[in-house]
Design a protein around this ligand. Structure first.
Ligand code: COA
Length: 177
């Protein structure tokens, strides 16, 4: 299975020991502020299961993110196929979720650059997308640092967020190869 390496980070397949720190970050209300709710341990493990089965199928995915200096697990960054229908699907999405204690160090952008290069160069995807709730400024800033572009005509209502919910409206960013 593919691993990617950057100056400070290792993007690697998941290990059993990642489950506990992953559950801790998914239970953090601040990390999950732009999602409908934090995750329980069971929901976090179910998400890790889905990520691992996508890896088994594709050989790439939402890589576990590890600091090269010290080996700490700090979240995930990588590629996935959105599992819902929208005007831009089928597509390959680049996404990230990091523990709060490591925000503000440029790790998400550094990892996402490596993941995006893998998608565009190795997988030869003609385009990658990224999307988030409209108010998620930190995530939109990562998309902009990656050089992704936003056309308001692409904005959409996420089909898995209930109508009327403040997080339903999403922005879509695109990166062409
Ligand atoms: C989205 C998320 C990953 C962004 O994290 P982030 O730390 O703001 O983003 P980066 O890792 O790219 O770091 C950029 C910041 O680090 C700073 N920085 C510090 N040292 C740096 C370095 N050596 N290199 C680059 N940037 C550095 C930058 O100046 C920037 O700071 P600023 O936000 O004050 O401008 C994080 O907020 C998160 O995990 N949120 C919860 C999950 C989520 O919403 N995911 C997206 C859903 S679609």
């Amino acid at each position: 299975m593919t691993e990617l390496r950057t100056e400070r980070l290792l993007l690697r397949p998941w290990r059993a020991a990642d489950r506990e720190p992953f559950a801790a970050l998914n239970a953090d209300a601040e990390v999950m502020r732009h999602f409908p709710a934090p995750l329980t341990r069971e929901q976090s493990d179910a998400l890790a299961d889905r990520i691992e089965s996508a890896f088994a199928q594709e050989g790439w995915g939402l890589w576990a993110l590890e600091l090269r200096d010290g080996g700490e697990f700090i979240g995930f960054t990588g590629l996935s196929r959105p599992a819902f229908d929208a005007h831009f699907t089928p597509a390959i999405e680049v996404g990230w979720r990091l523990a709060r204690g490591v925000w503000g160090r440029g790790y998400a952008t550094e990892a996402a650059r490596a993941a995006a290069a893998f998608g565009l160069d190795t997988l030869a995807a003609g385009e990658l997308v990224s999307f988030t709730a409209t108010a998620n400024a930190p995530s939109r800033a990562v998309m902009e640092r990656l050089g992704m572009t936003h056309d308001p005509a692409d904005d959409f209502d996420h089909p898995n967020v209930p109508a009327g919910h403040a997080l339903r409206r999403h922005v879509l960013y695109r990166l062409r190869g």
